[in-house]
Design a protein around this ligand. Structure first.
Ligand code: 6R9
Length: 661
């Protein structure tokens, strides 16, 4: 049975236990419904109340929502605040100031901690260093850092001075980094000499050098380098400086710069359905409100909790639920530098025991790989560790199949911890559709119901509501505070991508397919409906990979990329390639496929490497020259072709493409 099929027949229900409901921020379904009603009755009043209660404003807002230039919605537009002050300064003079903010576990297992007070000093010193480098409010700064306390410090320091950060995941290539520096018009790159992953020292600074060497980075003035390891790296005189150099003599106090609520806190690039990644721009006020609120609603965070979100700061999950959310609510959080399988696949369980983690948030792909590891090696099964500290489990990034859900529930959560399957996107800024641990009856594989104030629906192509039970497109009908504001430098693309005119131009189109069950109206996400793949919870555009392949101009004539279901990674990348030379076979084909895989890794990053590459004399096209992707998807899956191929110009090609190298 496929993952989707097994989801559709799912009928197990897990109501919240008394323990989970007791004292919960939103306790019981009646409390959830009351919040939904409040939002329904007075939409703006609801969002105004929450923003006043949860954020410290340097200048209070008087307007809540401005829809006059929709879909460019504005929230709290005449209010001012600072994000870093709302994560750090806010706790000074309260019992939180001496509480541990971050427990950092390095790749090699060594642990260091920092209190809220000390974290504020570190952020302030770094903010002063940025100012001394001439970085000002409104400037864009690229953060290309490993998972460390310093990565969070860099983001918070940018926020403190009003600079807009754009974090690039440390696994992205020089080319990808070069494109992001140029698109953002960044004045500085904050990086490290190396990063440690799985016992290996991997270069970061060398990749920054390569990226800048590719040209076009005209706005860039400085590169600031954190020495993560004792190894030396190349330093360009005048341009590159170590953290030590720039921090020298900087005071540990720095007045946070008050910015408008709509001021761009960050830009984060994500894949879309064209070749060029989109710079998703987020606001300060609305975004931070949602980071704080969802920590309370979805994770029911309490003063004694130890929160651990395993996401890298290079992804949106690492922004909202590492760099901002946990700090905004004064929680203690764990940050982990390494990988879940080093030194063995018991690392996560060992760390939960060691740090007494109470709320654990990870991705289905990690769970699936750890299930596989535990099934082949008893020694890394979670039962070998004491996981009784856990209270709530979370899942994010892709649909979680009921089998993995049940395993997570039983073996990690001891059948006692609710699982919050949180559906959201880079564009939404934070959780959208998710169970509440003290309220929602859980159904494995379902992200259940939208958060209060989130008006989600399933519609057809014209924007018409579909009844429960029929699959369609997931949309959000009303704006919400943490929504994407625009695509950096490309407002037209923002409108076109997310607010289709056929639906009236004001409804947010998520790009996912979904269906609601007949009984409860629960949402189940069925996957992307555009040309975006989800591989191990990472978003990749098929066009992006195609452009990478055809950019090898001496070899590749044409390429088409599709996804196929994969047990471990959710989806796997399958590329169909036409070469500028006769179709290769056997050893030659395997060699070229391997070269092309490495080429894609170099162009985008190792996460974009196609798992499967097939060669053909041509691609299946309609008479009008359109590539028939539906057919390619069937071939990739190894299915018999049942589709109508009468419009296909060259049917013989199908057999060729079905052949494995
Ligand atoms: C937060 C994040 C967004 C895409 C999204 C959807 C998929 C995320 C999910 C889920 C089913 C969940 N997705 N969470 N699908 N259930 N709980 O992952 O952001 O990297 O932008 O990806 O991920 O397809 O559209 P991002």
């Amino acid at each position: 049975m496929s993952a989707i099929e097994s989801v559709l027949v799912e009928n197990r229900v897990f109501p919240p236990s008394d323990a989970a409901t007791r004292g919960a921020r939103i306790s019981g379904m009646a409390a959830y419904e009351a919040l939904c009603k409040e939002a329904e009755k007075d939409f703006e009043g609801f969002w105004a109340r929450l923003a006043r209660e949860n954020l410290d404003w340097t200048k209070p807002f008087t307007k809540t929502l401005n829809e006059s230039s929709a879909p460019f919605y504005k929230w709290y537009e005449d209010g001012e605040l600072n994000a870093s002050a709302n994560c750090l300064d806010k706790h000074i003079g309260t019992p939180v100031e001496n509480k541990t903010a971050i427990v950092f576990e390095a790749d090699d297992g060594s642990v260091s901690t920092v209190t809220y007070k000390d974290l504020l000093s570190r952020v302030a010193r770094f903010a002063n260093a940025l100012k001394a480098q001439g970085i000002r409010k409104g400037d864009r700064v690229i953060v290309y850092m490993p998972m460390t306390i310093d990565g969070v410090v860099a983001m918070q320091a940018c926020a403190r001075i009003g600079a807009t950060h754009s974090v690039v995941f440390g696994g992205f290539s020089a080319k990808a980094l070069n494109e992001r520096i140029i698109d953002a018009g960044a004045v500085s790159v904050i990086t490290a000499n190396f990063q440690m992953r799985g016992g290996k020292e991997l270069p970061l600074k060398a990749i920054v050098d390569e990226a800048i060497g590719m040209g076009g980075c005209d706005t860039l003035r400085t590169v600031l380098v954190y020495m993560r390891t004792p190894s030396a790296c190349n330093m360009v005189a005048g341009r590159d400086k170590t953290f030590e150099e720039v921090l020298k003599g900087q005071p540990d106090q720095c007045e946070p710069v008050s910015v408008n609520a709509e001021h761009p806190l960050f830009i984060l690039y994500t894949s879309g359905s064209t070749g060029k990644p989109k710079g998703v721009q987020h606001s300060t006020g609305g975004y931070l409100l949602w980071a704080s609120l969802t920590m309370q609603w979805t994770f029911d965070i309490r003063p004694e909790d130890v929160f651990w979100c395993t996401a890298d700061i290079g992804w949106v999950t690492g922004h909202t639920y590492v760099a901002y959310g946990p700090l905004a609510v004064g929680a203690t959080q764990v940050i982990f530098e390494g990988i879940p399988t080093y030194p063995n696949a018991g690392r996560f369980w060992q760390m939960i025991e060691k740090h007494k983690v109470t709320v654990f948030y990870t991705a289905p792909t990690a769970i699936r790989s750890l299930i596989k590891a535990a099934e082949t090696d008893e020694k890394v099964h979670p039962k070998n560790w004491n996981l009784s500290s856990l209270r709530i489990l979370g899942s994010v990034g892709e649909p979680i199949n009921p089998e993995a859900w049940m395993w997570y529930h039983r073996n990690v959560g001891g059948e006692r911890c609710p699982i919050v399957d949180t559906f959201w996107q880079t564009e939404t800024g934070g959780h959208m559709i998710t169970p509440l641990p003290g309220a929602t009856p859980l159904v494995p594989g379902s992200c259940t119901l939208p958060l209060p104030g989130i008006i989600a629906a399933i519609v057809d192509e014209s924007g018409k509501d579909l009844p429960n039970g029929s699959g369609g497109m997931l949309v959000v009908k009303r704006p919400w505070p943490s929504m994407i504001r625009t695509i950096w430098g490309d407002p037209e693309r923002f409108k076109k991508s997310y607010f289709p005119p056929e639906m009236g131009g004001r409804i947010y189109l998520a790009g996912d397919g979904a269906v609601r069950d007949e009984q409860r109206g629960y949402f189940r996400i069925t996957g992307r409906i555009d040309d975006v793949l989800n591989v191990s919870g990472h978003r990749l555009g098929t066009m992006e990979i195609e452009s990478a392949l055809v950019s090898k101009t001496d070899l590749v004539a044409e390429a088409a990329v599709v996804g196929r279901p994969d047990e471990l990674t959710g989806e796997a990348i399958c590329a169909f390639v036409v070469l500028k030379r006769p179709r290769p076979k056997g050893e030659e084909a395997r060699q070229i496929a391997s070269d092309l895989r490495n080429w894609v890794a170099k162009e985008i990053g190792p996460i974009a490497k196609p798992k499967d590459i097939r060669f053909g004399d041509n691609l299946p096209k309609t008479r009008s020259g359109k590539i028939m992707r539906r057919l390619l998807r069937s071939i990739a899956k190894g299915e018999a072709i049942t589709q109508d191929t009468s419009t296909l110009e060259n049917p013989a090609i199908l057999e060729q493409l079905a052949e494995k190298n």
